[in-house]
Write a protein that binds this ligand. Structure first.
Ligand code: NAD
Length: 442
Protein backbone atom coordinates (compact mmCIF):
# COMPACT_ATOMS: atom_id res chain seq x y z
CA UNK A 1 0.00 0.00 0.00
CA UNK A 2 2.71 2.47 1.02
CA UNK A 3 4.77 1.54 -2.02
CA UNK A 4 1.78 2.55 -4.12
CA UNK A 5 1.51 5.66 -1.99
CA UNK A 6 5.13 6.55 -2.73
CA UNK A 7 4.03 6.75 -6.36
CA UNK A 8 1.10 8.99 -5.54
CA UNK A 9 1.10 12.65 -4.63
CA UNK A 10 2.18 14.04 -1.24
CA UNK A 11 -1.46 15.12 -0.82
CA UNK A 12 -2.54 11.46 -1.19
CA UNK A 13 0.10 10.39 1.34
CA UNK A 14 -1.21 13.03 3.76
CA UNK A 15 -4.75 11.81 3.17
CA UNK A 16 -3.64 8.23 3.82
CA UNK A 17 -2.07 9.18 7.15
CA UNK A 18 -5.11 11.07 8.33
CA UNK A 19 -7.96 8.94 6.96
CA UNK A 20 -6.52 5.42 6.92
CA UNK A 21 -4.08 5.49 9.82
CA UNK A 22 -5.93 8.08 11.89
CA UNK A 23 -2.71 10.00 12.54
CA UNK A 24 -1.24 13.34 11.60
CA UNK A 25 2.27 12.26 12.43
CA UNK A 26 4.55 9.47 11.31
CA UNK A 27 8.24 8.71 11.37
CA UNK A 28 10.89 6.37 10.06
CA UNK A 29 14.12 6.31 12.09
CA UNK A 30 17.29 4.27 11.89
CA UNK A 31 17.67 2.21 15.04
CA UNK A 32 21.16 3.24 16.19
CA UNK A 33 21.80 -0.19 17.77
CA UNK A 34 20.66 -2.51 15.01
CA UNK A 35 20.94 -0.24 11.99
CA UNK A 36 17.40 -1.16 10.89
CA UNK A 37 14.70 1.33 9.94
CA UNK A 38 11.85 1.55 12.48
CA UNK A 39 8.51 3.09 11.58
CA UNK A 40 5.90 4.71 13.78
CA UNK A 41 3.02 2.61 12.41
CA UNK A 42 3.16 -1.06 11.46
CA UNK A 43 1.37 -0.37 8.18
CA UNK A 44 4.25 1.94 7.17
CA UNK A 45 6.66 -1.02 7.14
CA UNK A 46 6.86 -0.83 3.31
CA UNK A 47 8.35 2.66 3.78
CA UNK A 48 11.06 1.13 5.99
CA UNK A 49 11.63 -1.59 3.35
CA UNK A 50 11.87 1.05 0.62
CA UNK A 51 14.48 2.99 2.59
CA UNK A 52 16.52 -0.10 3.46
CA UNK A 53 16.55 -1.23 -0.17
CA UNK A 54 17.30 2.23 -1.46
CA UNK A 55 21.04 2.87 -1.57
CA UNK A 56 21.14 5.91 -3.85
CA UNK A 57 19.62 8.52 -1.57
CA UNK A 58 19.23 6.79 1.81
CA UNK A 59 22.46 6.58 3.79
CA UNK A 60 21.40 5.51 7.29
CA UNK A 61 19.66 8.80 7.82
CA UNK A 62 18.90 9.16 11.51
CA UNK A 63 15.26 10.07 11.03
CA UNK A 64 12.42 11.19 8.79
CA UNK A 65 9.53 12.92 10.54
CA UNK A 66 6.25 13.73 8.79
CA UNK A 67 3.29 15.79 9.92
CA UNK A 68 0.06 16.75 8.22
CA UNK A 69 -0.56 20.22 9.61
CA UNK A 70 -3.75 20.54 11.63
CA UNK A 71 -4.39 24.08 10.41
CA UNK A 72 -3.40 23.95 6.71
CA UNK A 73 -3.60 20.19 6.08
CA UNK A 74 -0.30 20.24 4.19
CA UNK A 75 2.37 17.51 4.35
CA UNK A 76 5.50 18.74 6.14
CA UNK A 77 8.70 16.86 6.87
CA UNK A 78 12.04 17.11 8.58
CA UNK A 79 14.67 14.76 7.19
CA UNK A 80 17.65 14.27 9.47
CA UNK A 81 20.78 12.77 8.03
CA UNK A 82 23.28 13.17 10.84
CA UNK A 83 23.46 14.86 14.21
CA UNK A 84 27.03 13.87 15.08
CA UNK A 85 28.59 17.31 14.66
CA UNK A 86 25.57 18.97 16.25
CA UNK A 87 21.85 19.06 15.73
CA UNK A 88 20.90 18.74 12.10
CA UNK A 89 20.60 21.96 10.19
CA UNK A 90 19.46 22.77 6.68
CA UNK A 91 16.97 24.96 4.88
CA UNK A 92 13.22 24.56 4.51
CA UNK A 93 12.12 23.92 0.93
CA UNK A 94 8.56 24.77 -0.12
CA UNK A 95 8.23 23.07 -3.46
CA UNK A 96 5.77 21.16 -5.65
CA UNK A 97 6.51 17.42 -5.80
CA UNK A 98 4.78 15.10 -8.27
CA UNK A 99 5.03 12.08 -5.97
CA UNK A 100 5.73 11.21 -2.36
CA UNK A 101 8.84 9.36 -3.52
CA UNK A 102 10.30 12.52 -5.09
CA UNK A 103 9.43 14.40 -1.88
CA UNK A 104 11.23 11.79 0.26
CA UNK A 105 14.19 11.46 -2.09
CA UNK A 106 14.72 15.23 -2.27
CA UNK A 107 14.75 15.37 1.52
CA UNK A 108 17.19 12.46 1.82
CA UNK A 109 19.60 13.85 -0.79
CA UNK A 110 19.52 17.43 0.44
CA UNK A 111 19.89 16.42 4.09
CA UNK A 112 23.03 14.42 3.34
CA UNK A 113 24.28 17.35 1.26
CA UNK A 114 23.88 19.59 4.32
CA UNK A 115 25.84 17.17 6.51
CA UNK A 116 28.66 17.43 3.99
CA UNK A 117 28.43 21.18 3.48
CA UNK A 118 28.38 21.90 7.22
CA UNK A 119 31.19 19.44 8.00
CA UNK A 120 33.41 20.70 5.20
CA UNK A 121 32.80 24.25 6.42
CA UNK A 122 34.09 23.19 9.83
CA UNK A 123 30.92 24.32 11.58
CA UNK A 124 29.35 22.41 14.44
CA UNK A 125 26.11 21.36 12.85
CA UNK A 126 24.84 18.09 11.50
CA UNK A 127 22.78 17.93 8.33
CA UNK A 128 19.05 17.96 7.75
CA UNK A 129 16.42 19.39 5.49
CA UNK A 130 12.91 20.68 5.91
CA UNK A 131 10.20 20.14 3.31
CA UNK A 132 6.72 21.42 2.75
CA UNK A 133 4.83 19.92 -0.18
CA UNK A 134 3.39 22.73 -2.30
CA UNK A 135 -0.02 21.67 -3.55
CA UNK A 136 -1.39 22.15 -7.08
CA UNK A 137 -3.64 25.03 -5.91
CA UNK A 138 -2.72 28.71 -5.74
CA UNK A 139 -2.68 29.08 -1.97
CA UNK A 140 1.12 29.39 -1.88
CA UNK A 141 0.76 32.89 -3.38
CA UNK A 142 -1.45 34.10 -0.52
CA UNK A 143 0.57 35.86 2.23
CA UNK A 144 -2.02 35.06 4.90
CA UNK A 145 -1.94 31.37 4.06
CA UNK A 146 1.87 31.40 4.00
CA UNK A 147 2.03 32.98 7.44
CA UNK A 148 -0.24 30.25 8.85
CA UNK A 149 1.65 27.51 7.04
CA UNK A 150 5.10 28.61 8.19
CA UNK A 151 3.87 29.09 11.75
CA UNK A 152 2.59 25.55 11.54
CA UNK A 153 6.00 24.39 10.32
CA UNK A 154 7.55 26.23 13.27
CA UNK A 155 5.29 24.31 15.70
CA UNK A 156 6.24 21.06 13.98
CA UNK A 157 9.93 21.96 14.36
CA UNK A 158 9.41 22.76 18.03
CA UNK A 159 7.84 19.33 18.55
CA UNK A 160 11.10 17.74 17.33
CA UNK A 161 12.91 19.05 20.38
CA UNK A 162 15.80 20.67 18.50
CA UNK A 163 17.22 17.64 16.66
CA UNK A 164 16.43 19.62 13.48
CA UNK A 165 17.10 23.34 13.18
CA UNK A 166 15.51 24.94 10.15
CA UNK A 167 16.63 27.75 7.82
CA UNK A 168 15.70 29.42 4.52
CA UNK A 169 15.82 27.51 1.24
CA UNK A 170 14.20 27.42 -2.20
CA UNK A 171 10.57 28.53 -2.15
CA UNK A 172 10.92 30.06 1.32
CA UNK A 173 11.23 33.83 1.72
CA UNK A 174 12.70 36.07 4.41
CA UNK A 175 9.19 36.96 5.66
CA UNK A 176 8.32 33.24 5.92
CA UNK A 177 11.26 32.78 8.30
CA UNK A 178 9.70 35.44 10.51
CA UNK A 179 6.58 33.25 10.71
CA UNK A 180 8.68 30.18 11.53
CA UNK A 181 10.51 32.11 14.23
CA UNK A 182 7.15 33.10 15.78
CA UNK A 183 6.55 29.48 16.78
CA UNK A 184 9.98 27.93 17.26
CA UNK A 185 13.41 28.80 18.56
CA UNK A 186 14.92 26.03 16.45
CA UNK A 187 15.65 28.13 13.40
CA UNK A 188 18.41 30.23 11.88
CA UNK A 189 18.24 32.72 8.99
CA UNK A 190 15.77 35.03 10.66
CA UNK A 191 15.45 38.67 9.55
CA UNK A 192 17.97 41.19 10.96
CA UNK A 193 15.28 43.18 12.75
CA UNK A 194 14.63 40.07 14.87
CA UNK A 195 18.33 39.55 15.53
CA UNK A 196 19.25 37.54 12.44
CA UNK A 197 22.21 37.93 10.14
CA UNK A 198 20.58 39.40 7.02
CA UNK A 199 21.51 39.02 3.37
CA UNK A 200 24.27 36.39 3.04
CA UNK A 201 25.05 37.13 -0.63
CA UNK A 202 28.15 39.35 -0.16
CA UNK A 203 29.70 36.69 2.12
CA UNK A 204 28.77 33.93 -0.31
CA UNK A 205 30.41 35.87 -3.12
CA UNK A 206 33.63 36.34 -1.15
CA UNK A 207 33.68 32.65 -0.24
CA UNK A 208 33.49 31.69 -3.92
CA UNK A 209 36.28 34.15 -4.72
CA UNK A 210 38.45 32.59 -1.99
CA UNK A 211 37.83 29.18 -3.56
CA UNK A 212 38.87 30.58 -6.96
CA UNK A 213 42.08 31.78 -5.35
CA UNK A 214 42.62 28.36 -3.77
CA UNK A 215 42.16 26.64 -7.14
CA UNK A 216 44.54 29.06 -8.90
CA UNK A 217 47.11 28.54 -6.15
CA UNK A 218 46.74 24.77 -6.40
CA UNK A 219 47.41 24.93 -10.13
CA UNK A 220 50.38 27.29 -9.69
CA UNK A 221 48.56 29.98 -11.68
CA UNK A 222 49.12 32.83 -9.24
CA UNK A 223 46.38 35.20 -8.20
CA UNK A 224 43.23 36.56 -9.79
CA UNK A 225 45.13 39.52 -11.15
CA UNK A 226 44.95 39.57 -14.93
CA UNK A 227 42.57 36.61 -15.19
CA UNK A 228 39.43 36.46 -17.33
CA UNK A 229 36.23 35.34 -15.65
CA UNK A 230 32.97 34.32 -17.31
CA UNK A 231 29.83 34.06 -15.21
CA UNK A 232 26.25 33.01 -15.68
CA UNK A 233 23.78 35.28 -13.91
CA UNK A 234 24.25 38.65 -12.27
CA UNK A 235 21.96 38.19 -9.27
CA UNK A 236 22.61 38.90 -5.61
CA UNK A 237 25.72 36.75 -5.26
CA UNK A 238 27.15 37.45 -8.72
CA UNK A 239 26.76 41.22 -8.43
CA UNK A 240 28.80 41.22 -5.20
CA UNK A 241 31.30 38.83 -6.79
CA UNK A 242 31.85 41.22 -9.70
CA UNK A 243 32.92 43.88 -7.21
CA UNK A 244 35.28 41.47 -5.44
CA UNK A 245 36.84 40.31 -8.71
CA UNK A 246 37.33 43.84 -10.03
CA UNK A 247 38.99 44.76 -6.72
CA UNK A 248 41.27 41.71 -7.10
CA UNK A 249 42.46 43.07 -10.46
CA UNK A 250 40.92 40.67 -12.96
CA UNK A 251 41.51 41.58 -16.60
CA UNK A 252 37.89 41.16 -17.57
CA UNK A 253 34.52 39.74 -16.65
CA UNK A 254 31.87 38.69 -19.12
CA UNK A 255 28.50 37.85 -17.61
CA UNK A 256 25.20 36.66 -19.02
CA UNK A 257 21.83 37.63 -17.59
CA UNK A 258 18.27 36.89 -18.66
CA UNK A 259 16.78 40.03 -17.10
CA UNK A 260 17.57 43.21 -19.02
CA UNK A 261 16.60 45.32 -15.98
CA UNK A 262 19.09 43.44 -13.86
CA UNK A 263 21.78 43.75 -16.52
CA UNK A 264 21.24 47.52 -16.65
CA UNK A 265 21.39 47.75 -12.86
CA UNK A 266 24.68 45.84 -12.74
CA UNK A 267 26.24 47.88 -15.56
CA UNK A 268 25.25 51.08 -13.72
CA UNK A 269 26.61 49.81 -10.40
CA UNK A 270 29.97 49.08 -12.00
CA UNK A 271 30.02 51.98 -14.42
CA UNK A 272 33.58 52.68 -13.25
CA UNK A 273 34.84 49.21 -14.26
CA UNK A 274 36.65 50.85 -17.14
CA UNK A 275 35.67 48.36 -19.85
CA UNK A 276 36.53 45.34 -17.70
CA UNK A 277 32.88 44.27 -17.40
CA UNK A 278 30.57 43.11 -20.17
CA UNK A 279 27.03 42.03 -19.33
CA UNK A 280 25.15 40.20 -22.09
CA UNK A 281 21.39 39.82 -22.01
CA UNK A 282 20.42 36.32 -23.17
CA UNK A 283 17.33 34.17 -23.56
CA UNK A 284 16.53 31.82 -20.67
CA UNK A 285 17.72 28.72 -22.54
CA UNK A 286 20.92 30.34 -23.82
CA UNK A 287 23.91 28.79 -22.05
CA UNK A 288 26.51 30.04 -24.52
CA UNK A 289 28.33 31.82 -21.68
CA UNK A 290 29.50 28.39 -20.50
CA UNK A 291 31.53 28.07 -23.71
CA UNK A 292 33.28 31.43 -23.28
CA UNK A 293 37.09 31.22 -23.35
CA UNK A 294 38.26 32.23 -19.88
CA UNK A 295 40.44 31.25 -16.94
CA UNK A 296 37.54 30.78 -14.52
CA UNK A 297 33.91 30.01 -15.25
CA UNK A 298 31.44 30.86 -12.47
CA UNK A 299 27.94 29.38 -12.78
CA UNK A 300 26.05 31.80 -10.56
CA UNK A 301 22.47 31.26 -11.61
CA UNK A 302 21.03 27.76 -11.94
CA UNK A 303 21.67 24.14 -11.04
CA UNK A 304 22.22 21.35 -13.57
CA UNK A 305 24.04 23.54 -16.11
CA UNK A 306 27.10 21.25 -16.29
CA UNK A 307 25.90 18.28 -18.29
CA UNK A 308 26.71 16.28 -21.43
CA UNK A 309 25.41 19.13 -23.63
CA UNK A 310 27.51 21.88 -22.08
CA UNK A 311 30.68 20.21 -20.77
CA UNK A 312 32.23 19.55 -24.23
CA UNK A 313 31.87 23.28 -25.03
CA UNK A 314 33.48 24.59 -21.86
CA UNK A 315 36.73 26.49 -22.50
CA UNK A 316 38.10 27.26 -19.07
CA UNK A 317 40.73 26.01 -16.65
CA UNK A 318 38.63 26.28 -13.49
CA UNK A 319 34.91 26.11 -12.76
CA UNK A 320 33.97 27.74 -9.48
CA UNK A 321 30.59 29.34 -8.90
CA UNK A 322 27.83 29.88 -6.36
CA UNK A 323 24.93 27.99 -7.94
CA UNK A 324 23.79 24.90 -6.08
CA UNK A 325 23.95 21.46 -7.75
CA UNK A 326 25.76 22.62 -10.88
CA UNK A 327 26.42 19.06 -12.06
CA UNK A 328 23.30 17.48 -13.50
CA UNK A 329 24.65 14.06 -12.49
CA UNK A 330 27.32 14.36 -9.82
CA UNK A 331 29.37 11.33 -10.75
CA UNK A 332 29.04 11.32 -14.53
CA UNK A 333 29.55 15.04 -15.05
CA UNK A 334 32.39 15.38 -12.51
CA UNK A 335 34.10 12.52 -14.34
CA UNK A 336 33.56 14.24 -17.71
CA UNK A 337 35.14 17.45 -16.41
CA UNK A 338 38.08 15.54 -14.96
CA UNK A 339 38.58 13.76 -18.28
CA UNK A 340 38.78 17.17 -19.97
CA UNK A 341 41.35 18.38 -17.42
CA UNK A 342 39.01 21.07 -16.09
CA UNK A 343 39.30 21.74 -12.36
CA UNK A 344 35.81 21.84 -10.91
CA UNK A 345 35.47 23.28 -7.41
CA UNK A 346 32.38 21.56 -5.97
CA UNK A 347 29.60 24.04 -5.31
CA UNK A 348 28.94 22.78 -1.78
CA UNK A 349 32.54 23.58 -0.95
CA UNK A 350 32.75 27.09 -2.36
CA UNK A 351 29.24 28.45 -1.65
CA UNK A 352 29.27 27.58 2.06
CA UNK A 353 29.08 31.18 3.27
CA UNK A 354 25.32 31.37 2.71
CA UNK A 355 24.75 28.91 5.52
CA UNK A 356 27.85 29.89 7.50
CA UNK A 357 26.73 33.50 7.81
CA UNK A 358 23.39 32.54 9.41
CA UNK A 359 24.36 29.26 11.10
CA UNK A 360 25.47 30.68 14.42
CA UNK A 361 23.03 33.54 14.84
CA UNK A 362 22.32 32.37 18.40
CA UNK A 363 25.85 33.33 19.47
CA UNK A 364 25.26 37.00 18.67
CA UNK A 365 26.79 39.29 16.10
CA UNK A 366 30.03 41.25 15.95
CA UNK A 367 31.25 43.74 13.38
CA UNK A 368 33.60 41.90 10.97
CA UNK A 369 32.64 38.83 12.93
CA UNK A 370 35.76 36.68 13.47
CA UNK A 371 33.56 33.56 13.37
CA UNK A 372 32.69 34.48 9.78
CA UNK A 373 35.96 36.09 8.75
CA UNK A 374 38.02 33.00 9.60
CA UNK A 375 36.33 31.23 6.68
CA UNK A 376 37.58 33.94 4.34
CA UNK A 377 41.18 34.16 5.53
CA UNK A 378 44.03 31.68 5.26
CA UNK A 379 45.05 31.10 8.88
CA UNK A 380 42.28 28.64 9.81
CA UNK A 381 42.63 25.08 8.52
CA UNK A 382 38.95 25.01 7.52
CA UNK A 383 39.04 28.32 5.63
CA UNK A 384 37.54 28.10 2.13
CA UNK A 385 40.95 28.72 0.53
CA UNK A 386 42.59 25.88 2.47
CA UNK A 387 39.79 23.35 2.09
CA UNK A 388 39.64 24.03 -1.65
CA UNK A 389 43.35 23.29 -1.94
CA UNK A 390 43.02 20.18 0.24
CA UNK A 391 40.18 18.78 -1.87
CA UNK A 392 41.98 19.48 -5.16
CA UNK A 393 45.21 17.92 -3.85
CA UNK A 394 43.35 14.81 -2.70
CA UNK A 395 41.61 14.49 -6.08
CA UNK A 396 44.93 14.73 -7.88
CA UNK A 397 46.73 12.31 -5.56
CA UNK A 398 43.97 9.69 -5.66
CA UNK A 399 43.00 10.27 -9.31
CA UNK A 400 39.41 10.83 -8.34
CA UNK A 401 37.02 13.63 -9.18
CA UNK A 402 37.10 16.78 -7.11
CA UNK A 403 33.49 16.10 -6.09
CA UNK A 404 34.47 12.65 -4.76
CA UNK A 405 37.47 14.14 -2.98
CA UNK A 406 35.37 16.84 -1.33
CA UNK A 407 32.77 14.22 -0.33
CA UNK A 408 35.50 12.04 1.15
CA UNK A 409 36.86 14.92 3.25
CA UNK A 410 33.34 15.88 4.27
CA UNK A 411 32.29 12.34 5.23
CA UNK A 412 35.33 11.96 7.44
CA UNK A 413 34.69 15.31 9.18
CA UNK A 414 31.01 14.38 9.58
CA UNK A 415 32.01 11.48 11.84
CA UNK A 416 33.52 13.86 14.41
CA UNK A 417 31.14 14.40 17.30
CA UNK A 418 30.32 17.83 18.68
CA UNK A 419 33.06 18.74 21.22
CA UNK A 420 30.54 19.67 23.92
CA UNK A 421 27.25 18.02 23.08
CA UNK A 422 28.42 14.78 21.51
CA UNK A 423 25.75 12.93 19.58
CA UNK A 424 22.90 14.62 21.46
CA UNK A 425 20.62 14.84 18.39
CA UNK A 426 20.47 11.03 18.29
CA UNK A 427 19.42 11.03 21.95
CA UNK A 428 16.67 13.53 21.11
CA UNK A 429 15.44 11.33 18.24
CA UNK A 430 15.44 8.26 20.51
CA UNK A 431 13.46 10.19 23.11
CA UNK A 432 10.87 11.21 20.48
CA UNK A 433 10.42 7.54 19.60
CA UNK A 434 10.27 6.43 23.25
CA UNK A 435 7.70 9.07 24.17
CA UNK A 436 5.49 8.37 21.14
CA UNK A 437 5.97 11.68 19.36
CA UNK A 438 3.58 10.40 16.70
CA UNK A 439 0.67 10.53 19.14
CA UNK A 440 1.22 14.23 19.87
CA UNK A 441 -1.48 15.63 17.58
CA UNK A 442 -4.70 13.98 16.57
P1 NAD B 1 19.49 35.42 -7.64
O1 NAD B 1 18.11 34.93 -7.93
O2 NAD B 1 19.64 36.76 -6.98
O3 NAD B 1 20.35 35.47 -8.98
C1 NAD B 1 20.22 34.61 -10.05
C2 NAD B 1 20.37 35.47 -11.31
O4 NAD B 1 20.56 34.62 -12.42
C3 NAD B 1 19.15 36.33 -11.59
O5 NAD B 1 19.55 37.66 -11.85
C4 NAD B 1 18.54 35.67 -12.82
O6 NAD B 1 17.86 36.60 -13.66
C5 NAD B 1 19.77 35.09 -13.49
N1 NAD B 1 19.51 33.95 -14.37
C6 NAD B 1 18.61 32.95 -14.21
N2 NAD B 1 18.71 32.08 -15.23
C7 NAD B 1 19.70 32.52 -16.04
C8 NAD B 1 20.28 32.04 -17.23
N3 NAD B 1 19.85 30.94 -17.83
N4 NAD B 1 21.29 32.75 -17.78
C9 NAD B 1 21.73 33.89 -17.19
N5 NAD B 1 21.21 34.40 -16.06
C10 NAD B 1 20.23 33.71 -15.49
O7 NAD B 1 20.18 34.28 -6.79
P2 NAD B 1 21.48 34.40 -5.88
O8 NAD B 1 21.06 34.61 -4.46
O9 NAD B 1 22.46 35.32 -6.50
O10 NAD B 1 22.00 32.89 -5.97
C11 NAD B 1 22.58 32.39 -7.16
C12 NAD B 1 22.83 30.91 -7.02
O11 NAD B 1 23.68 30.68 -5.90
C13 NAD B 1 21.58 30.09 -6.75
O12 NAD B 1 21.73 28.83 -7.38
C14 NAD B 1 21.58 29.92 -5.24
O13 NAD B 1 20.89 28.75 -4.84
C15 NAD B 1 23.07 29.77 -4.97
N6 NAD B 1 23.47 30.15 -3.61
C16 NAD B 1 23.19 31.39 -3.13
C17 NAD B 1 23.59 31.74 -1.85
C18 NAD B 1 23.30 33.11 -1.30
O14 NAD B 1 23.94 33.49 -0.31
N7 NAD B 1 22.42 33.88 -1.91
C19 NAD B 1 24.27 30.81 -1.04
C20 NAD B 1 24.56 29.54 -1.56
C21 NAD B 1 24.14 29.24 -2.86
Amino acid sequence: MVVALLDSSPEAFAEHLVSELGTRRAFAVTDPKRGRVLVSHASLQPLADFLERERRDFHDHEGLFFEVGQDCGVLMAAVIHSTRRGNSQGGLRYWPYPTTETFVRDGLRLAQGMTRKNALAGIWWGGGKGLIARGPDDRWRDPTFRARLYQEYGRFTTSLGGCYVTAEDAGTRAEDMESVFATTRFTTCIPPRLGGSGNPSPATALGVVRAMEGALDHLGLGTLEGKRVAMQGTGNVAAAMIGDLLAAGVAGIVASEISSERATWVRTRYADAGGRLEVRVVERGDHSILGEACDILAPNALGGVLNPDTIPKVQTTIICGAANNQLLDEQRDAEALRARGIVYVPDFLCNRMGIVSCANEQYGRLPDDPAIQQHLGRAWANAVFNVTKRALELAEAERITTASAANRLADSLAQVEHPIWGHRGQAIISSLVATHWERGVS
